[in-house]
Design a protein around this ligand. Structure first.
Ligand code: ADP
Ligand code: MG
Length: 253
């Protein structure tokens, strides 16, 4: 079971878009996928047009079991929803004297390991929920919008990751995903080159700017449901292939 956080401190870079569409692409390749939403906005459920009766905050507080909260949003695609309940949880974790960063990992310790992938969508910023998500996963995929200061934002994020790695050594920034790529904009390619020169092995093929990707959530659909022939669908399929190609390299499965 691979556990991966989709994370970057900056908002609006395509984290939730990537979480939903990558999950969907992996399901199409017959993987069992669990999407875990650690954002108080609870966007993931809305993007998939589902309304699960329970959320991850209730699992952590012990009000419901994991199995009660797991919601099959699509065949083979399971969701542990986020949402406003996470705000209360955040306060509860803040009050803990120690071990707060392991709260999520402890609550999900009995998670059915028959999932091939657990993808964790995270909120922008750097709060206890994101820190909990990073202690839970082994891999990080950082979507980076190809705009000015992209590299600086990513470098800052890697410094924060390094602080967590002191306590959680397996954690690795495995993938850097350039997003909003636009060939017509010279800066876009320049910044892509910058990323590639600093993060050589981690940089994936970019996700192009594609208006279909921004429209699909309005219909409660993944890009594969809304516009299967779009460049957005093509790019997320390719990202899934990249991630699948690393499966055999996993040693700590
Ligand atoms: N490649 C893309 N092309 C066009 N619009 C996109 C693309 N990726 C994401 N979007 C849109 O940009 C906005 C921010 O994306 P989102 O995934 O919510 O970012 P985050 O979760 O990092 O805040 C959303 O409206 C989304 O639909
Ligand atoms: Mg988001």
């Amino acid at each position: 079971m691979r556990k991966m956080a989709i994370a970057l401190s900056k908002g609006g870079v395509g984290k939730s878009t990537t979480a939903v569409n990558l999950a969907s692409a992996l399901v199409q390749r017959q993987r069992r996928v669990l999407l875990l939403d650690m954002d108080t906005q609870g966007q993931v459920a809305r993007m998939l047009n589902v309304a699960p009766p329970h959320n991850v905050a209730e699992v952590i507080s012990g009000d419901v079991s994991i199995n009660e909260a797991l919601f099959e949003a699509r065949p083979g695609l399971w969701l542990l929803a986020g949402g406003r309940g996470l705000a209360g949880l955040k306060r509860a974790i803040d009050r803990k004297e120690f071990g707060g960063e392991q709260t999520l990992s402890e609550a999900l310790a009995s998670l059915d390991s028959s999932y091939d992938y657990v993808l964790v969508d995270t909120a922008p910023g750097w709060d206890v929920l994101t820190v909990n998500a990073l202690f839970f996963v082994d891999e990080v995929l950082a979507p980076v919008a190809l705009e000015v200061l992209a590299l600086q934002g990513l470098q800052e994020f890697t410094r924060s990751l390094a602080a967590i790695r002191r306590y959680h050594q397996r954690l690795e920034l495995r993938y850097v995903l350039p997003t909003f790529h636009d060939r017509r904009v010279r800066k876009s390619d320049e910044i892509l080159q910058q990323l590639r020169s600093h993060f050589t092995t981690q940089v994936c093929n970019p996700i192009r700017y594609n208006v279909r990707l921004s429209e699909a959530p309005g219909y409660g659909q993944t890009i594969f449901e809304y516009a299967v022939h779009s460049t957005g669908a093509e790019d997320y399929r390719l990202l899934a292939e990249r991630i699948l190609s690393d499966e055999h390299a996993q040693t700590n499965a």
